[in-house]
Write a protein that binds this ligand. Structure first.
Ligand code: FAD
Ligand code: 2HG
Ligand code: ZN
Length: 481
């Protein structure tokens, strides 16, 4: 459990009593969980570094049910935490104290798919991978993809403004989400669930909810634009000798592949070592200091493969790549992607994981990994760097067998100061949640944070919606409420 938790005081919220449980049971008919064992996994985050102590988990099926229970919690002054697949990596999806957990687990209906426009409308609890399979039957694909696709919910994705491996091609959820429905902290239903691409009527309220991490309301339905499913996908894994060569390959890919490039990821040798050692995975290439993973998605397989082969030839000829392998069949593609997508799970096998997700200008991108590796030296089992290099998003991770304050002291706040000094963002795609909120000023000005607090106060004056998250703790000893 984070040491920061111990210094935090619980807000002056009410405590759930028998009468409350009776009310919840009346609305949700048997979908009120109070069993300690069942609550355990919902009280603990994916990284197993933050643990709350909620006594009740609610599993509504409809927007009206969410509205009824949120209104009740608002009136009773009970704090709540919205929870999707609980795969968030910043401690935002679990209670800090005894907040009521409202889970979207049972809100998993697909409402409509329009194969002409590509608009998908569904409930917030649909699992990303399930949605992708469904829309594929209509010749479409989801505009986002991430390693947690088998468990994360679309509502959680929208709430965190999840990036992932397709952002390079399809852009962020701020562009692909067409509309949403949310239950506001007083129980009011805000219906902005349009399937339209263009709608400039007043403030674009949905944008406030995209990336709000459950602090402004509970997203209950999502309307999202799905691109056409590509006819052909091919992937190349390349080995190279320096990070500069990774960047040279990126430029070559942009010029040779143009609009068919759908992902550009990198892993350093320590990351490849990690997945080999901790998950017994095998790489199709021998050892190199760096690896790049390039994916093409297009409408003509022969044409795309030809482009990819030409690109490979060019980067091998000029020495940017030392070796490479191309995959066109789905098993080989899957196996190459698995090396990159398993990094987060592989880290967990070491014990404790210190996780950093930063944006940096590409000229400083890998320097941070080198500086930090030197700094933590033998205070960590390993320092690994990988990520969405095409988006300027570095994932830098350190591990120890168990939480070590001395290692933490070497990492924070140094890493955040370094990122701020180099004009990066201290959270590129995972959000601030509980763990990173105190560092918001490293990436946002005091006036921007003050405006965020004003918005929070306007939407949630009682402060019941996911307290202790995103906005920094007020230092004069008061809490957010
Ligand atoms: P949860 O973890 O349940 O919740 C996350 C936050 O959203 C919490 O603050 C919660 O309160 C809030 N929330 C959840 N549902 C709702 C709702 N319906 N309404 C309002 N608020 C809600 N992230 C990336 O950006 N890119 C990646 O490539 C990526 N890869 C990952 C790979 C792995 C293996 C894992 C474990 C995580 C990864 N993530 C990645 C983290 C990412 O934030 C989540 O996977 C995902 O977006 C969260 O969805 P979830 O349903 O699990 O949300
Ligand atoms: C990824 O891109 C996820 O794999 C997780 O965002 C990043 O493990 C991480 O640090
Ligand atoms: Zn990522």
């Amino acid at each position: 459990t984070s040491s920061r938790l111990t210094s935090l005081t619980r807000g002056p919220y009410s405590v759930v009593n028998d009468e409350d449980i009776q009310f919840f049971n009346k609305v949700l008919e048997g979908r009120v969980i109070t069993d300690k064992d069942e609550l355990e996994s919902h009280n603990t985050d994916w990284l197993k570094t933050v643990k709350g102590n909620s006594q009740v988990l609610l599993r509504p099926k409809t927007t009206e049910e969410v509205s009824a229970i949120v209104k009740y919690c608002h009136d009773r002054y009970l704090a709540v935490v919205p929870q999707g697949g609980n795969t968030g990596l910043v401690g935002g999806s679990v209670p800090v104290f005894d907040e009521v957990i409202i889970s979207t687990q049972l809100m998993n209906n697909i409402i409509s798919i329009n194969p002409v426009s590509g608009a998908l409308i569904c409930q917030a609890g649909c699992i990303l991978e399930t949605l992708d399979s469904h829309v594929q039957e209509h010749g479409l694909t989801m505009p986002l993809d991430l390693g947690a696709k088998g468990s994360c919910h679309i509502g959680g994705n929208v709430a965190t403004n999840a990036g992932g491996i397709r952002l390079l091609r399809y852009g962020s959820l701020h562009g692909t989400v067409l509309g949403l429905e949310a239950v506001l902290p007083d129980g009011e239903i805000m219906d902005c669930l349009t399937p339209l691409r263009k709608d400039n009527t007043g403030y674009d309220l949905k944008q406030l909810f995209i990336g709000s991490e459950g602090t402004l309301g509970i997203i209950t339905k999502v309307s999202i634009l799905c691109p056409q499913k590509p006819n052909a996908v091919c992937v190349a894994l390349l080995g190279c000798e320096s990070f500069q060569k990774v960047l040279d390959i990126f430029v070559a890919c942009k010029s040779h592949l143009g609009e068919i490039m759908s992902a550009f990821e990198f892993m350093d040798s320590q990351t490849m070592q990690l997945v080999k050692e901790n998950l017994s995975m095998t790489s199709p290439l021998v050892d190199y200091p760096f690896y790049t993973l390039v994916e093409c998605s297009g409408s003509n397989g022969t044409h795309d493969e030809e482009k990819l082969t030409k690109m490979l030839q060019a980067v091998m000829d000029d020495g940017a790549a030392l070796d490479g392998t191309v995959a066109t069949d789905s098993t080989k593609i899957y196996n190459i992607w698995a090396l990159r997508e398993s990094c987060a799970s592989a880290l967990m096998k070491d014990g404790y994981n210190y996780k950093y997700d930063v944006s940096l200008p590409l000229e400083h991108f890998y320097t941070l990994a080198e500086v930090m590796r030197e700094r933590v030296k033998n205070h960590a089992i390993r320092t690994v760097a990988y990520g969405h290099v095409g988006d300027g998003n570095l994932h830098l991770n350190f591990t120890t067998a168990e939480y070590c304050p001395a290692t933490m002291a070497l990492i924070e706040p140094f890493i955040y100061d370094w990122v701020a000094k180099h004009r990066g963002s201290i959270s590129a795609e995972h959000g601030l949640g509980f763990k990173k909120r105190q560092f918001i000023y490293h990436s946002k000005t005091p006036s921007a944070v003050a405006l965020m607090a004003t918005i929070k106060k306007a939407v949630d004056p009682r402060g019941i919606m996911n307290p202790y998250k995103v906005l920094p703790e007020v230092t004069n000893g008061e809490n957010e409420s």
